[in-house]
Design a binder for this molecule. Structure first.
Ligand code: NAD
Length: 260
């Protein structure tokens, strides 16, 4: 369905990004993997994407907080594949703390990785997308791009900002065959969520079980975590021609959370 297209998926060594990279490879895309992690494990992931699908995968270890490394990743993708048709801005980190205890360096890192990196990737790939008059930019936002929760000041600010960037880019490129959308997941059980359960328990003075039941899934009407594969399938759809008129949208995949 997407045979011969090339996708950069930032933060694709784990969780949602990895599921999106797998779904896009399954649909026929060459993949640029990116993210942190153990070199041997990343190489296994890269080979896993290539095996079974007639696609190529390359890994670039750009740190998404460093604009020069982001530019180098985009240049390498263009040099190797000749195009970047699909850009998925997914890399993200979280820190949970009351605002008066929120470390300023965590604020800076979250804004850099969850928001500014998307500005840098988009500006790096847009000229090539415009030249081919086709492109798909998928920003992985969050329900926290639409509503807030306490103790997540930087994350909520970054994700709301990412939605603003999404709408602006969508309007700027609408007549160039390029769409730009934000996918807004509720809670997906990935290492990012696992890592915040203990911090949330500490910040609220409650148990891990209470965090899962009363905090994470409290607003998720289905009372179920979203699956990373659900976001892979939506990304493939957004990259398809059937989604050409969906742009500037925030698409919740949140079990009804933001319907409240
Ligand atoms: P994860 O921790 O499993 O994966 C995060 C990915 O980002 C990893 O590949 C990691 O290596 C990469 N990364 C982190 N810092 C990086 C850096 N400086 N440079 C390059 N890569 C870096 O998390 P996840 O849950 O899969 O989250 C992926 C995205 O989905 C994030 O943007 C997150 O905010 C968003 N999201 C997650 C949930 C959820 O419940 N898990 C809900 C809504 C939105």
């Amino acid at each position: 369905m997407l045979n011969g297209k090339t996708a950069i998926v930032t933060g694709s060594t784990s969780g949602i990004g990895l599921a999106i990279a797998k779904a896009l490879a399954e649909a026929g895309c060459n993949i640029v993997l990116n993210g942190l992690g153990n070199a041997d494990e990343i190489e296994k992931l890269r080979l896993g994407l290539e095996s079974g699908h007639d696609v190529r995968a390359l890994y670039h270890g750009a740190d998404m907080s460093k604009p020069s490394e982001i530019a180098s990743m985009a240049q390498q993708a263009l040099a190797v594949f000749g195009a970047v048709d699909i850009l998925v801005n997914n890399a993200g980190i979280q820190h949970v703390a009351p605002i008066e205890d929120f470390p300023p360096e965590k604020w800076d890192a979250i804004l850099a990785i969850n928001l500014s990196s998307a500005f840098h990737t988009i500006r790096a790939v847009l000229p090539a997308m415009k030249a081919r008059r086709w492109g798909r930019i998928i920003n992985i936002g969050s329900a926290h791009a639409l509503v807030a929760s306490p103790f997540k000041a930087a994350y909520v600010a970054a994700k709301h900002g990412l939605l603003g960037l999404t709408k602006t880019v969508a309007l700027e490129v609408a007549e160039h065959g390029i769409t730009c959308n934000a996918v807004c997941p509720g809670y997906v059980f990935t290492p990012l969520v696992e890592g915040q359960i203990d911090d949330t328990a500490k910040a609220r003075g409650i148990s891990r079980e209470a965090v899962i039941r009363d905090v994470l899934l409290a607003a998720q009407a289905t009372k179920q975590f979203v699956k990373p594969e659900d976001l892979g399938a939506l990304s493939v759809f957004l990259a398809s021609d059937a989604a050409a008129q969906i742009t500037g949208a925030a698409l919740p995949v949140d079990g009804g959370w933001t319907a409240h």
